[in-house]
Design a protein around this ligand. Sequence first.
Ligand SMILES: Cc1cc2nc3c(=O)[nH]c(=O)nc-3n(C[C@H](O)[C@H](O)[C@H](O)COP(=O)(O)OP(=O)(O)OC[C@H]3O[C@@H](n4cnc5c(N)ncnc54)[C@H](O)[C@@H]3O)c2cc1C
Length: 382
Amino acid sequence: MSTNIVVLGAGFGGLEVSTGLKRELADDVSVTLIDKKDHFMAGFNKYDIIFGRENTIRKGYYTDLKKLGIKFFQDTVTALDLNGNRIVTDKQNIPYDYLIVALGADLAPEIVPGFTAAGYEFYSPEGAAALHQVIGSFDGGTILISIFDKPYKCPPAPYEMAFLLDDYFTGKGIRDRVRIRILIPFPRTIPVAPAVSDEIERLLKESNVELLTRHRVVGLDTECKEAAVEGKEPIPYDLFLGVPVHRVPKVILESPLGAQGWIVVDRDTLRTSFENVYAVGDITDIPVGGFAVPKAGVFAENAGKIVVQDIVSRIGRAEPPERFTAKGACFLEVGRGRLLKLDADFLGGPEPRIVLQTETEGSVSKQNFVKERLHRWFGYAT
Ligand SMILES: Cc1cc2nc3c(=O)[nH]c(=O)nc-3n(C[C@H](O)[C@H](O)[C@H](O)COP(=O)(O)OP(=O)(O)OC[C@H]3O[C@@H](n4cnc5c(N)ncnc54)[C@H](O)[C@@H]3O)c2cc1C
């Protein structure tokens, strides 16, 4: 009889686990993948929506996973019954032998007063689409970009937004009328990586983007169009962009898995303290030094690969698995077609190691990154 594996969430982590297990174990496993959406799209494609580059976006449709022998249900997970080894969705109950939780992080824009009424977020496809309309008609003034708090997905992403805005308004011929200011609560752009911060901060200066460190925005005054900053004078804006506070999904908080908030896992194997239950990706918290493994697709898929190896070895068909190292390469567009590649290894050594490389073919590298994944997960042509 085949082992019944259920994977919650079909993002970077869930897709890597589902497809990897099916590839490795074929008919020895039945793999069921559940997601409330019907397709996958990479996080950085939000920029393509915002800046009208929709023709570069490639999506992976979950129904295509059927060809690989993966069962997909477009359901919303509503409860985890860890004693009864079953998942409850809005449509059905699903039993499991092994469970992998890869539900990502929820966005909570409502936490900062005034933000949903007067600000724009660029972390969801809907937010990106709304922003596309707004920047199209923006013809000058001050744009504030704020990171409210950590943790948040893809730590360099808000700086990328600033570089792309610089490019966009330069292209429109109105850059001299647009002031771009970034407000962050941290002392550096990427606190865990001083050398990377040096380079990002140098490039921001070069792009005439102001960086205000140790500025935590705690609310927006929608009448006066001012951002309230903890312990400092309010800062006026014409357009306010924010990275919403990230939250543990409610369904996890309501289950014993969420007793400590973000799911705690064994950092080598991604096992939780519940039998045969793993968690990967943004939904986990893996401390490293005074920091944590960043919430990023590359680390979610890296974790997914380790879970595949661990399950394969438990079912008795392979060597003992490698341990999770949180390795991966992230891309950061820095305007004028340039791209920085950040090669990171968070857990492989005594401290996180991030090496910076400069590439030129900006959007081409990013498109190839997506094509490789869609080929690996969905079998699409590269
Ligand atoms: C603007 C931006 C740029 C980024 N750039 C990069 C980058 O360059 N490189 C990089 O590595 N990462 C980047 N990221 C981060 C990356 O997108 C995330 O870290 C990654 O998607 C996390 O993968 P995951 O599998 O943990 O979760 P997700 O990919 O978020 O997947 C979680 C899935 O669970 C589903 N789900 C959630 N709750 C439920 C429920 N109750 N029922 C059913 N389904 C549910 C969701 O629909 C979703 O499909 C970026 C993110 C943003 C926003």
